[in-house]
Structures are given as C-alpha cells and as structure tokens.
Design a protein around this ligand. Structure first.
Ligand SMILES: [Zn+2]
Length: 313
C-alpha cells in the first residue's frame, strides 16, 4: 500500500485559518473529524479549508480510505487544531475522516503510512500525540474506544514498526485549474468527460491519449475516484467533468458577481459539505464568485450549490 500527498493549500491571504506563523514541529497530533456524513472525505475537508472555513479551525493533513492524502498547510506553519497554544505552535495536525461511506481500517492504514513518512522526512518530529493530550477533548474518539479492534497502543506500534518503511508515491502540488470544478454531484450512470489534462488512472497506469476528451458512464463511485464503464477503469474524480455541469454552465449563465440571490429553504448543505443552519435559509445574499456548479455568497463567506439558489435570472 502506498499513499500520495496532494497539496491543496489554504490561500496565504486567509490568515484567519492560516496565520503564516513559522514553527518547527516536534510532534504530530492525531484527530478524527467526527463527521460521519457521506462523502465527508479528505478531499471535502481540504476543499472546506481551501474555500475558507468559517470556524477558526485548521489542520495540516486530512486522510481517508483512498490513497490520496490532502495537505492544506505546510508542515512548518502553525494551524489551529489543538485547543491550546503549545499544541498549535509545536504540533502538526492530521484529521482522519470517519465518513460512514469510508472504510475505517483502510483510513487507519493510510494514516500509518503518512506518519511513517512524516517521522522519516522531518527529524524534528519525535512524538505522536492525541488531541486529547493537549486539551482533554475526547479526540480521536473512535481510536480511543478501540473501534474495530484498533486501539492507540496498537496503532503507535504499527507506526513505529521498523520493518516496513513509508511508501509515499509522490507529493504533488495541486494545479490551479485542477480543482476549479467540484464533481460532488457525479453519481451512478452520469455521463462524464475524461479531461484532456488527465495523465494517469487512479490505479497509477498512464491513460492513452485516445481515451481522453471522450464521454463515459459512471459505473461505481469511491470517495475520490469513479469507475468508468466503457473503460472499465478507475479514474480520479479531479480528472473528470460532468456533462450535466457543462450544460448547466451554459444555460444558467445569468448569475453574475454582484447579483442578489435567495438561498432556498430546502438547501441542506454547503457545497463543501457542512450543514447549513436554518437561520441562513430563505434570505437574500450577494454573489461574490461563480463557478460551474457553485456560488460564493458574500455575507455567508460560503460556497453553496447553484441548485440551492433562487433568483438566477
Ligand atoms: Zn481533534
């Protein structure tokens, strides 16, 4: 098993959650997201951070059951995760996703790979601590209760096992364009286009050029990948574009920066996956940014789905 670290950093301008304060990390702090919602995976959490978390909370890495680990903050910068100053200023934070559509033990295995990699790569990091160590919070909760037979001591023994070294395939910086569309609306039997910029299947092999830019049917969906029926291959979600989204983009082009829109009463979640409090619904907001399937609302500083808006024309 190996992991791949994808860097999708919080913009430096967002000093609310990425203060830019330098530090030398001496430990890793282990967290669980405690968010069991479907698709509340590593990518969703990374997008939440990148798009601007409204809570002053941040963390360096997020891990789920897929090989792609997302990094949001460089390891030599402070994040707000520990609940205490000493934790925030000396420890890097890893959030383990516990979404119910994820495989808990695979997520643990990926966390172990990440910790081995971090310990080997950054010699200043000596210890692994629970969030609980800093603030007394019951986090990582499932690990602390030994969920699925994996308790803290066993976990640390596996991280420290010398026998197998870390297997990180590569660290890649996320290209700006790669993450501009969200594909959270991709579901079974959707028609999608494999982007021309796609280079490798989710399984690592190179994608022949003749397969790119063509339309395929989604046969299965993982949290970061989809199985394309006609290719019978898994590709990264970041490498596909939904044809439905393309169409939407063409027809609903009346939405412009500065327009007033109303957030529907039926809206349940932000485009980044968090629940929308009902006090924000059925109110009018100003459009600040527009993307294919989502809109940034100025007063909320949050991305919402286009389909959750009224007053588009
Ligand atoms: Zn925590």
């Amino acid at each position: 098993m190996s992991i791949e670290i994808i860097q999708m950093f919080i913009p430096k301008s967002n000093t609310f959650t990425r203060p830019g304060i330098k530090m030398t990390p001496t430990s890793i702090t282990d967290h669980e997201t405690d968010n069991t919602n479907v698709r509340a995976n590593a990518r969703a959490h990374a997008l939440l951070q990148k798009n601007g978390n409204r809570r002053q909370a941040s963390w360096h890495f997020q891990v789920d059951d897929e090989p792609e680990v997302y990094q949001s903050i460089p390891v030599d910068e402070v994040a707000f995760h520990a609940g205490t100053r000493s934790g925030n200023y000396h420890s890097i934070a890893v959030e383990r996703c516990v979404n119910k559509d994820g495989d808990y033990l695979k997520t643990i295995a990926n966390t172990i790979e990440l910790y081995k990699f971090l310990l080997k790569t950054y010699p200043s990091i000596k210890e692994i601590k629970q969030h609980n160590h800093w603030s007394g919070k019951n986090c990582p909760r499932l690990m602390r209760q030994g969920h699925k037979g994996m308790n803290w001591n066993k976990f640390i023994r596996k991280v420290r096992a010398e026998a197998d070294v870390a297997k990180v395939k590569k660290v890649v910086g996320a290209g700006k364009s790669t993450y501009q569309t969200s594909n959270t609306s991709v579901s079974l039997n959707n028609k999608v286009v494999l982007k021309n910029s796609a280079t490798r299947y989710a399984t690592g092999e190179r994608i022949p050029a003749r397969y790119k830019g063509k339309t395929y049917t989604v046969m299965q969906r993982g949290s970061n990948r989809v199985l394309l029926k006609e290719l019978y291959s898994w590709v990264h979600i970041r490498d596909i574009e939904s044809t439905a989204l393309r169409k939407l983009d063409k027809t609903v082009n009346t939405i412009k920066v500065g327009s007033k829109v109303t957030l529907r009463k039926s809206a349940s979640r932000y485009a980044t996956g968090e629940k929308i409090p009902s006090r924000y619904k059925n109110k009018s907001y100003t459009v600040q940014q527009v993307k294919a399937d989502r809109v940034l609302l100025k007063e909320l500083y949050s991305w919402v789905k286009r389909s959750d808006l009224l007053g588009l024309s």
